[in-house]
Design a protein around this ligand. Structure first.
Ligand SMILES: [Zn+2]
Ligand SMILES: [Zn+2]
Length: 247
C-alpha cells in the first residue's frame, strides 16, 4: 500500500464519502461523489426530439421536422435549433440542484465531463463560431458566487477550442424566480431582460447558447432574440437538462 493510499484511507475514516444521490458509502470506490450505479442511471434523452423545440416526437416526424413539430409550430422561438442532453430528474436533478443551490461547485466537473463527451454536442459544436452562456443578473451572480451556465460553457469552449463570450450579452432585469409562473407570465416577466453591449461582435456569427435547465424555453428564446437582433447568423441552444413536466 502506497503512502497516499494510507492517507486516503485515513481521510475516509474521518470524512466518509457518500454518493450524493443514493447515499451509498463510497470509501471502497474510486468514485468521489456519485457511485457507479447512479452514474449509469443519468436519465439521458435518447428518443427522437424536435430539432426546433426539443419536444419528444416519433422517428417519422423527426425526418420531417426541420420547420418544427406540432408542439412548436404555433410558437415563435427565436433560436434555430435546440439540443437537450438529459431529463431533469433522478441523479441529474440531484447534481444540478446541489451544484446551483447548495453551491457545490466541484459538481461542475462531473457535469462538464458528461456534457463535453456527449455525442450530440460533438455534432453541433464544430459548426459554431462562439459559445455564449445564458447570463445571470450581476446581483444573482454575486449571491450565488458563479453562473452555472458560464462554468459549463467554459468547459465546452476549452474542450472544442472555440471562443466564449461572457460579458456581451447581459441580463439587465433581475427577475424573481419564474418557477411558479405560467408560460405567458414568464414571457411578460422576461421581456427586455437582456441587452447586447456591442452588437457588432455577434454580427454574422453562429452562436451556441448554453443553459443548464430548460422549463418553458422562454428565457433562452428571449436571449436568442437579442442575439439575432444583434445580427447573429444563427443561434443553437444547448440545454443540459429538460424539466418537461413544467412546459
Ligand atoms: Zn449512488
Ligand atoms: Zn418542435
Amino acid at each position: 500500500m502506497a503512502i497516499t493510499d494510507y492517507a486516503h484511507a485515513l481521510l475516509d475514516l474521518f470524512y466518509p464519502r457518500y454518493c450524493l444521490h443514493c447515499k451509498r458509502n463510497l470509501n471502497d470506490s474510486h468514485e468521489l461523489y456519485i457511485c457507479e450505479d447512479c452514474n449509469k442511471q443519468i436519465p439521458l434523452i435518447n428518443e427522437f426530439r424536435c430539432v426546433r423545440c426539443g419536444s419528444a416526437i416519433g422517428p417519422y416526424s423527426a425526418l420531417m421536422a426541420k420547420e418544427g413539430c406540432t408542439v412548436c409550430k404555433g410558437k415563435h422561438l427565436h433560436f434555430d435549433t435546440m439540443t437537450v442532453i438529459a431529463h431533469y430528474d433522478g441523479v441529474m436533478k440531484t447534481m444540478i440542484h446541489r451544484f446551483k443551490y447548495a453551491r457545490q461547485k466541484f459538481l461542475f466537473r462531473i457535469l462538464n465531463d458528461f456534457v463535453i463527451t456527449h455525442k450530440k454536442l460533438k455534432e453541433i459544436v464544430p459548426d459554431i463560431d462562439v459559445v455564449v452562456p445564458v447570463p445571470l443578473h450581476w446581483l444573482k451572480k454575486i449571491h450565488r458566487g458563479f453562473n452555472q451556465s458560464e462554468l459549463l460553457s467554459f468547459g465546452i469552449q476549452r474542450y472544442f477550442s472555440k471562443p466564449i463570450s461572457t460579458n456581451n450579452l447581459c441580463r439587465i432585469k433581475n427577475t424573481e424566480s419564474q418557477t411558479h409562473l405560467s408560460r405567458s407570465q414568464r414571457q411578460v416577466n422576461i421581456h427586455n431582460a437582456f441587452f447586447v453591449k456591442y452588437p457588432r461582435l455577434f454580427q454574422g456569427k453562429k452562436i451556441l447558447l448554453v443553459d443548464d435547465v430548460l422549463t418553458t424555453g422562454v428565457t433562452a428564446s428571449e436571449c436568442a432574440k437579442k442575439l439575432k437582433e444583434s445580427g447573429a447568423r444563427s443561434v443553437h441552444l444547448l440545454v443540459i437538462a429538460s424539466a418537461e413536466h413544467n412546459r
